[in-house]
Design a protein around this ligand. Sequence first.
Ligand code: GDP
Ligand code: GDP
Length: 454
Amino acid sequence: GDWVEADLDDLALSEDHDDSGPLPVVAIVGRPNVGKSTLVNRIIGRREAVVEDVPGVTRDRVTYEANWRGRRFTVVDTGGWDPDATGMGLRIAEQAQVAVELADVIVFVVDATVGATDADEIVGSVLRQAGKPVILAANKVDNQQLELEAAGLWSLGLGEPYPVSALHGRSSGDLLDVVLDALPETPRETFATERGPARVALLGKPNVGKSSLLNKLAGEERVLVDPIAGTTRDPVDELIELGGRTWRFVDTAGIRRRDRELQGADFYAAMRTRSALDRSEVAVVLIDASEPLTEQDLRIIGLVIESGRAMVVAFNKWDLVDEDRRYYLEKEIDRQLVRTPWALRVNISARTGRHVDRLVPALEKALESWSTRVPTARLNAFLTELVQQTPPPVRGGKQPKILFATQASVEPPKFVLFTSGWLEETYRRFVERRIREEFGFAGSPIEVTMKIRE
Ligand code: GDP
Ligand code: GDP
């Protein structure tokens, strides 16, 4: 049916979305002037995306959150990425490529009154290989006569062209229905609800107190032993109730058995640690606070970093640390953990039970950080402001820009910055630090990478 103004109510923009988890991303691609931003305006239901009559005008904001028939999603208008007309073919192909990388569904907008141009063919060929749903919108079909023109776009090899008029709203509701059908189910990413117990690797060199801590945590409660059949090393997981939730401590056989030679030999110790990390989501690295930090401690921390898991560092045997030495020890620890300032730290005593109750909140926070997804619109709003306040340093006479950013994954969180030029390492670290501060990734590693669009 035709678009009616009343439908605008269905398209109410959600203002408050921060706690909502990840939204599927719909990218709008197409060469300049085909009506992408007009369509985005239709989709988000308000006149916010600036429509300019100048072809290829650069727009600052490119992401919007939309809601159609109760389904919420992020719309990315890739129109803002066409700064000028030189090398247009390449630019367009790149734009399509980027859209493919970040979107769940791609809406490819073609001007039906013009037909498929060379640039459209280029985009078409990129999108045909995308492996993602592509919806071909034949725009500017303002009346029925023009629908015949739309049919000509079958030639792009992207299936049925959907005739719409973004300007007048004609059939845009139908188009959105098709988009909705193509959206993936919004993934639920809270580790607690979907995946059963959170999985913890309890790590540390021999004699650091792993076994004592495990006993302390299990306490009087029933410890469920869960042997996995058919494995040679018989890793045994223990399920322990803590803070109202079940935690799976993976591969505790070695800890319980006091498998000293396995733990002691570097090679096997590393192998065992790696396999425990593979099976877990968060690591507790126990360190003996009564002794200087050793190579072995740092090696274990290195393995956790390599694994991309969330991490809590627990300084054990705190009861052996003199009151007056504690302050200096804290400073020393800060200095030695410079590589992982994000790791959460607790000072405990497995023997006396001191502050052992702080371990679970730390684990919970680390896991929460590890699974956090920052909504694309919020991330970009934050970065826009950040770059305004502190622009990237000029390089070779040019000011690189962050054009767009997206969180490509969770567990661990990875961010991709699409930039117009090389960002200095120090600036990238600065951005990473600010992302951490803003969105609170305590206890989790995060990765910030850059993709340059020349
Ligand atoms: P973009 O560069 O792809 O984002 O294109 P715009 O949304 O800025 O639109 C380019 C021009 O096409 C503007 O003058 C729009 O008013 C016009 N336009 C967009 N959609 C339609 C449509 O459905 N029908 C007609 N006749 N014009 C349209
Ligand atoms: P594991 O090899 O890492 O499993 O370490 P154990 O749990 O077997 O502990 C090694 C030794 O350190 C044992 O003698 C424990 O009693 C002792 N130990 C463990 N935790 C603490 C603690 O918090 N304080 C003190 N003083 N000793 C501890």
